[in-house]
Design a protein around this ligand. Structure first.
Ligand code: AMP
Ligand code: MG
Length: 652
């Protein structure tokens, strides 16, 4: 075994705490920006000054008037008032902006001057035009006294030559560009942006825009990391997705390391292919891998290396894990290389509404969506543990649960690291059961400038959030078995129901499955399914309205597949369409696009619980309008608006 291989293996065996991993990574790096460059004024926005800039000239360069009026000697008009104006002779010139004065303002005289005009010799004040009148004989009547220096900006009063204009480390914005322009600077010296290579690894990866092969997935880490690099002052150098082939991987990594200031890989963190990446990275330069395996959840396979002074990082493959580890551990280091300040502005304090369980011994990251609560921001966990890239669309950032905690208790005030520099809780927070029909409503709200965000918490989760005042609308579809009524039995006295739409649920099967060929009723379909011991069902999770329906239909029977209990209609229809199951119960709107056979079972009521005393009555009124307006779009999606055919359904 070669020494480098031994080192790699040693590191692999040792899972470090987050803090220890960060300390080793930073200790191995030179913590300073990668270099400087000179950049023209119009390309400076967002760049970081690498030097303190002193003003090379005075601003303004001469004494200038800050009003439209007349340059005078203050002593001449010291006694002037409305009742007893002082008369002055007008000098024969008018000083516009950009005109150098020719004549001296002698005792008893005044010279017309525009805002920005240079104050002429002899004058020591400017009278505003509003306080003067022109006499018939051509003399100027001054109706108000001015003190010496009044209405004059003296040379260098804004910025004096040699004064510090901007400090090193300042992030340049429009204001700073204006200051530089005002002193005539056409360029500034800034830190060079680190060039960071982005390499996705995996045989299964396909670039967005390309057709998806069977069993392949799109490379989301590449674009995520590239964008996050740009947000943190770096230039992303894209290497695309490289297959798990030693030669290809080694060539890409070596080229990236040679040509860039840092390398960020993702994937290849599982066994097998994983060893490949680590062996290449470990042999790239000294000191090599400093941490491999960090007590993070998700993110344990994170690998940190420094090779010949350049950071080389292997992020976990799952996009959410890649995102957490990048923001928590990699971005702060890259910001140092970019000369950027710490991202203090991207953290907010929020309260967690319910207990979040966590593994002991690992720093656990939880993606959260922020919402306005009664007393500050509330952080709702979203997509926990799913590894779902779509959770990003709902999440504003993430929180971390300490390695020594088993849970974060309900009500904890905690820091949320934001994915974007600014957090904007939505105007309308929708929490509860999700339905594709909701998109038609949200779209109508968006057209009216109202931002809405829908979090899938399930009907009961939505009602709890509404009770705590953490959302505005809770979409629910709950059947009360005792009364046979939907939704109304679940409201508290403080809530009312906004009628939504009806969703036909039915038994779904592949259209060409002969076992269901003759089955016209749900009972007949069930009998057909139960008749074949190989016929596999897909169930739903406990608590789902559809599950109540299914259990009613099954009456205690548990056919094969009963324990497969996904959480959505889409998962049910995907399982049936792909042949992983043969039948299940889902809504028609989900089954239709996949061309599945559908045997109607029962209509489900999807309505909205709202507070009788809402946080924002104006926004809620617009929501109700949007629901009403969405009727046609909803019908097109296969839903029946609650207003349609009221006679056919019990009015809840
Ligand atoms: P790996 O660490 O390569 O075993 O990857 C772990 C999981 O993350 C697998 O499900 C991969 O398909 C997935 N994954 C890896 N790289 C990417 C990527 N660039 N984009 C999206 N998913 C990825
Ligand atoms: Mg892989």
């Amino acid at each position: 075994m070669t020494p480098s291989a031994a080192t790699v293996q040693d590191q692999f065996l040792q899972v470090l705490s987050r803090d220890e991993a960060v300390a080793r990574f930073r200790a191995a790096l030179q913590s300073r920006p990668v270099g400087v460059e000179t950049v023209a004024l119009d390309a400076l926005a967002g760049r970081v000054l690498a030097e303190t800039i002193a003003a090379p000239v005075d601003t303004p360069p001469f004494d200038r008037s800050v009003v439209d009026g007349f340059a005078v000697r203050a002593a001449d008009v010291a006694a002037a008032s409305e009742g007893a104006p002082v008369l002055l002779a007008l000098n024969d010139e008018t000083i516009a902006c950009g005109t150098a004065p020719r004549l001296t303002v002698a005792v008893g005289t005044a010279t017309p001057i525009a805002t920005g005009g240079p104050v002429p010799r002899g004058a020591d004040a400017v009278v505003m035009i509003e306080h003067t009148t022109l006499e018939a004989d051509g003399r100027l009547a001054v109706g108000r006294a001015v003190g010496p220096g009044q209405n004059i900006a003296f040379a260098g009063s804004d910025i004096a030559r040699g004064e510090t204009l901007l400090r090193r480390g300042t992030v340049v914005g429009a204001r700073e560009i204006g200051m530089l322009a005002a002193v005539g600077a056409a360029t500034a010296t800034v830190w060079r942006k680190p060039r960071v290579a982005v390499i996705s690894t995996g045989d299964e990866l396909v670039a967005p825009g390309q057709p998806l092969r069977p069993a392949a997935i799109y490379d989301s880490n590449g674009p995520i990391v590239a964008a996050a690099l740009e947000e943190n002052g770096c230039i992303a150098v894209r290497f695309g997705a490289v297959p798990d082939v030693a030669a290809a991987l080694e060539a890409a990594i070596r080229q990236a390391h040679a040509g860039c200031d840092a390398v960020i890989l993702s994937g290849g963190t599982s066994k097998g292919a994983g060893d490949l990446t680590y062996r290449i990275v470990g042999a790239l330069g000294a000191p090599g891998i400093v941490a491999h395996g960090v007590a993070l959840k998700p993110g344990k396979p994170l690998c940190l290396a420094v090779c010949d002074g350049k950071p080389v990082v292997v992020l976990p493959g799952f996009p959410t894990s890649a995102m957490f580890t990048f923001h928590d551990i990699v971005a702060p280091v890259l910001r140092i290389l970019a000369g950027l300040p710490e991202r203090a502005e991207t953290a907010v304090t929020a309260r967690v509404p319910a207990r979040i369980p966590s593994d002991l011994g690992r720093t656990e990251f939880v993606m959260v969506a922020l919402s306005d609560g009664a007393d500050g921001l509330v952080a709702y966990p979203v997509g926990k543990g799913s590894g779902a890239v779509t959770a990003f669309s709902q999440a504003d950032g993430f929180l971390a649960i300490d390695a020594l905690s088993e849970a974060m208790p309900a009500g904890t005030e905690t820091t949320v690291t934001l994915f974007a520099p600014h957090v904007a809780p939505p105007d309308l927070a929708v929490m509860g059961s999700h339905c594709t029909g909701l998109d038609a409503v949200v779209e109508r709200l968006a057209a009216r400038g109202i931002t809405a965000r829908s979090l899938a918490l399930g009907s009961l989760g939505g009602l709890s959030a509404l009770r705590r005042g953490e959302c505005d609308v809770a979409p629910i579809h709950l059947l009360d078995p005792a009364t046979g009524r939907y939704n109304t039995p679940f409201l508290t006295a403080e809530m009312r129901l906004v009628p939504g739409w009806r969703r036909m649920q039915g038994i779904v099967h592949r259209a060409d499955d002969p076992r269901f060929a003759g089955a016209a009723t749900p009972e007949a379909a069930l009998a057909a399914a139960l008749a074949d011991p190989h016929c596999l069902m897909v169930n739903r999770n406990t608590g789902a309205g559809t599950r109540v329906l299914l259990d009613g239909l099954l009456a205690g029977r548990t056919p094969p597949g009963y324990w497969n209990q996904p959480r959505s209609h889409n998962a049910v229809v995907a399982a049936v369409a792909q042949g992983r199951a043969d039948w299940g119960v889902a809504i028609a709107a989900a089954a239709r696009p996949l061309g599945l056979g559908f045997i109607p079972l029962a209509e489900e009521h999807y309505d909205f619980a709202v507070a009788r005393a809402p946080r924002r009555p104006d926004v809620l009124a617009l929501f109700e309008e949007a629901v009403a307006d969405a009727g046609e779009a909803l019908r097109a999606l296969g839903f029946t608006p609650a207003g349609d055919g009221r006679d056919r359904f019990r009015a809840d």
